[in-house]
Design a protein around this ligand. Structure first.
Ligand code: FES
Length: 112
């Protein structure tokens, strides 16, 4: 796996709970929206362990988190990812401890 550099990795959970809340469509929509952006990579993820707040998105190394993303919020989330800003109401559904654990885990493959 390459070192991130200027690349922003948008991990979108495709675990069972997130799939039941539309994460496959979310993945497709975000992939299409960010497809023209060379600095963004959209990557399916198996499960963040935040299943009660499905569907979940984690952006690395930006440390952005979006949870309970409803279809009508997707465009807003995409704009927010591009700006590198969190949406507080979509970030607050997951504990900071879990986010920290996930972001630490995501750093490992990059040797960070
Ligand atoms: S299924 Fe998505 S966080 Fe667990």
């Amino acid at each position: 796996m390459e070192v991130p550099g200027d690349t922003h990795y948008v991990f979108i959970c495709q675990g069972k709970n997130c799939l039941t809340k539309g994460s496959a469509e979310l993945l497709g929509q975000i992939r299409t929206a960010l497809g023209g952006q060379q600095t963004f990579r959209v990557v399916p993820f198996i499960c963040f362990g935040a299943c009660t707040a499905s569907p979940n998105i984690a952006v690395f190394p930006d440390r952005l988190w979006y949870s309970m993303v409803m279809p009508e919020q997707r465009t807003c989330v995409i704009q927010s990812i591009l700006r590198g800003e969190e949406i507080s109401e979509l970030s607050a559904n997951v504990s900071n401890d879990l986010k920290e654990l996930v972001f630490r885990m995501l750093r490992k493959p990059f040797g960070m």
